[in-house]
Design a protein around this ligand. Sequence first.
Ligand SMILES: [Zn+2]
Length: 486
Amino acid sequence: MEVYNTIARRKQVFQPKEPGKVGIYVCGPTTYNYIHLGNARPLVFFDTVRRYFEYKGYDVTYIQNFTDMDDKIINRAGEEGIEPLALSSKYIEEYYKDADSLNVRRADKHPKVSEHIPDIIAMVKQLVKNGAAYVVDGDVYFEVRKFAGYGKLSGRNPDDMKAGARIDVDARKRDPMDFALWKSAKPGEPSWDSPWGPGRPGWHIECSAMSLKYLGTNFDIHGGGFDLVFPHHENEIAQSEAATGEPFVRYWIHNGFITINEEKMSKSLGNFSLVRDILAKYPPELIRFFLLSTHYRNPLDFDDEKLSAAGRGLERIRTSVRLLLEALAKPAGRESAGIDADFSASLDSLKGLFEAAMDDDFNTALAIGIVFDLAREVNTAVQRLGPALSPVDRDALLKAKGLFKMFNEVMSFFKVDPNTGEMLIDSVPDGGQGLVEGLIGLIIEMRQEARKNKNWVFADRIRDGLKELGITLEDTPQGVRWKKQG
Ligand SMILES: [Zn+2]
């Protein structure tokens, strides 16, 4: 099995610290709002990584933190007139609702900053003792120059960084690159007592303290979005290795950005899609399928049209599972087998191909292609069946069903009945959503065509007909959008 290790800048054979075990730490959200699509990608991807390691028989320990104390939280809580930790706990609850919808399993531990202050203080003390950090007026800074390996993850050279850095007004720092491990309390802000006076942790130190606490040094996988490589993860390495004197992490895995209508997601652009809003429009299975349909390191563009295409893909898989279950419900017969002998062999080969795709740096896009191949094989096989099922046919179909379930254990598009272990293929609130999206898209295209040909009567007839069905069209710079009233 090979994984792309950001620090090595290439794929490497995966060798865990301890045979048969994997420790994974993923940076979780800062809890001052509902999660957005950019948060959902690492959630779904690393959940799939965890599930695949389990599929391969590893004993996985999965840790994902909550940053429940930070400037953004304090500011937002101030605006709303509530305590910062009350705001955090509200959005942690909301996080769980969204994650559960997306079939993302709870981590083995979801550590919070506010519950790990003693661990953080102990680590900062160790850094000061080791001469890697210094204290100024109740603040503690990490001294970047004292850590020889600084820049090894992001590939940045500290000398270049210094030349390019903006003039830092904080003259108390020995170097503009030095970053805060502990911040002295400002009036009205939450604070904890420390050897340096009341204050709170800087952002980076929390992930070092919590990952080391639960996974130990030199743990297997640290994950997050590409945007965390610098400075967050670079700083985590510096703090952790300077404190313990041992390597911090074996494999760094980073997922690519999400764009919406080809614009990078940001609040200032106003395309800040909350998972909550997207789930109001699309079934969660489809969001999960869509997020996994592109390789995790590639950028992923999100728009309604691409979602519709993904919906058609997911529908194909669902239809095939349904046909398979219908065939298995046929009465038993003694007639000779309808399914040819090659079917079973091709199932074995699909299982191998699926694993090869996932073993190659978690290529979920390719693995989904294998699920489509399975759907095609099954559709062909069930067509050959007679009105009754011979024992040979039944065995072949059960094997195919087992394979669908195995693939679904990893991809987890469909929720599974906790009692029976069966896939809930009809759990989608609107099973026809992909089809509806596709059909309306086609009708809109036909109307555009009519307008292009100056066939105004026909174009208006389409618009009016849609309106009678409660669907209104709106011309936007990005093309025609539609929405359903009520
Ligand atoms: Zn982190």
